[in-house]
Ligand binder design. Sequence first.
Ligand SMILES: [Zn+2]
Length: 370
Amino acid sequence: MATTGNSPVSPRHATSGSRRICRACVLSESPPDIWLGESGLCNICVEWEQAGAQAVEGRTLLETDLTRIIVKHRGKQKYDCLVMCSGGKDSTAALYQIVRRYRMNPLAFTFNHGFVPDEHVEIVRNVVRALGVDWLYFDTSSMHEMFRAIVRSRSGTIICPICSLWYMNTTYEIAARYRIPLIVSGWTKGQTTGSSRSAMTTCACNQTSQEHQSMAAATKAFMRDVKKSLPAYRDFPSDMEAVLRIARKRHKTKAVALSPHWFLPIDTAEFIETIKDEVNWSYPEFSYPRKTTNCDLNFLSSWLALRDYGFSHYHIELSNLIRRDLMTRDEALQMLDASFIDEAFMEPTLKKLGLGVEDLAPGPPRSLKG
Ligand SMILES: [Zn+2]
């Protein structure tokens, strides 16, 4: 661990502009989770280098691992798999491969928590039409009170992981309802759980690594408050383990969640051209990180993460890709430029939540109600 020479400070008392960034990945110094040693490398990169080729090899999944799972599940139910489709390049490529490469019959589905731009929904509509697959579209405002509470609380809680809990919980519920044995997402190699064993049993929203420690602790404390203060979310899963537990016990499903991208040695640029040509996919006009497809709430979530920690979960994901030589540091830095996200830019999203830019002002933690 590269933990010499610096004294711990609260991550919420520094601005991202004043933080040093690791010279190998894109993580900012953010004690107590991320430390930069005298070499300019962060503790995560140092550990990665020390683990060496053996550890990297242990994390490699092969296409034969994927085909074994596919053969086991194909043709047993009406739908072979449930494909989570945001309209982004990664989930579109996953759906494309499931249909064209593996000849499976998927149910594509898209969730809209009220902040998915119409443009993204239209992209998915085009794709499912081009591939000729059934599509389930789900639109709800049921999470608004939770999102509002996150912003108001000033607790260091990040919106996206909480949204993922809701999203995955609902995904398992739908898989159970349609008796679908396999859940397919467009999670990248930067979003793997780290080993072939866990890839087969859990989803990629892993919050247990060193980089996530402070964010995860804040989320845990927030979820405890939510259950006490907001009755609508009393049964809401507190973490991904709870999602899996509910899936097994309440929804009675053993569906396996995975991403084809974990198994395939395909370059991102290669499949972008394919889905552009073959299923009418296109980049949305505006997104964060750049060249991705994320909802409007994601701008606010990323801004809060940068304010509170100096990095977001995208910095963690892209740093993983850099360490695996799947992206250059310069590419990642360009994608992660958040200079265009200011308070005025976020105002329409805040307004939808019944909040204003004054709710972004620093200050002591606040009650969840209101
Ligand atoms: Zn690093």
